[in-house]
Design a binder for this molecule. Structure first.
Ligand code: AKG
Length: 196
């Protein structure tokens, strides 16, 4: 999945997409500027607190339904306004929203899922920027679950997921017992206009 040898040809990891000092400054700004909240999600028929803090950010009209709940977008914080154009250039897509997640320590995590909500359309481009503590990011094939692989998402790295990545693979960010610094992840997305 790195630039030389790909386990998924349509998922590309750019380890040092941001320089360390720029990534440090962005992390500090996001911790201060984003209105972090606990999202309630539906799991196995029950509403539970998501084990991380989150914020759905976007242009007007980019309401998003995931894990059984609907989220209306918060406005873009100043720290993301300039970054947005650079993400668009890297992804080749005009992103109009971003899910920001804060993993406070190794107990915060994200379970198996694909970013395949109808609002994203078929074959969505997702640009995932990681800041702070390094965490494992794991992929499992949706129809052949024995096919799994993982990558480390480091401070300043950008993971671009395109093509059939969401249709063919699930991903997760597992818990860890290892002491790990706080991590912020930003998954930039393009929500398509409603057709009805
Ligand atoms: O934290 C991450 O790296 C991924 C988060 C994610 O997959 C999601 O929120 O959909």
């Amino acid at each position: 999945m790195n630039n030389s040898a790909g386990a998924i040809p349509e998922a590309t990891l750019f380890p040092d997409w941001l320089q360390a000092d720029e990534a440090d400054a962005l992390l500090a700004a996001l911790l201060a500027q984003v209105p972090w909240e606990v999202h309630r999600i539906r799991m196995f028929g029950r509403w539970v607190d998501s084990p991380r803090l989150s914020c759905w950010i976007g242009d007007p009209g980019t309401g998003y339904v995931y894990s059984g709940a609907r989220f209306e977008p918060r406005p873009w914080p100043p720290a993301l306004q300039a970054l947005r154009a650079r993400i668009d250039a890297a992804a080749g897509v005009a992103m109009n929203s971003v899910l920001a997640n804060l993993y406070r320590d190794g107990r915060d995590a994200m379970g198996w899922h694909s970013d395949d909500e109808p609002e994203l359309g078929p074959r969505p481009v997702i640009a995932s920027l990681s800041l702070g503590g390094t965490r494992r990011f794991v992929f499992k094939h949706r129809r052949e679950p024995a096919r799994k692989f993982e990558r480390l998402l480091e401070h300043g790295s950008l993971l671009l997921m395109t093509g059939d990545t969401q249709a063919d693979w699930k991903h997760a960010l597992p818990r860890t017992a290892r002491p790990v610094p706080a991590r912020v992840n930003l998954t930039f997305r393009r929500i398509l206009p409603r057709t009805r």
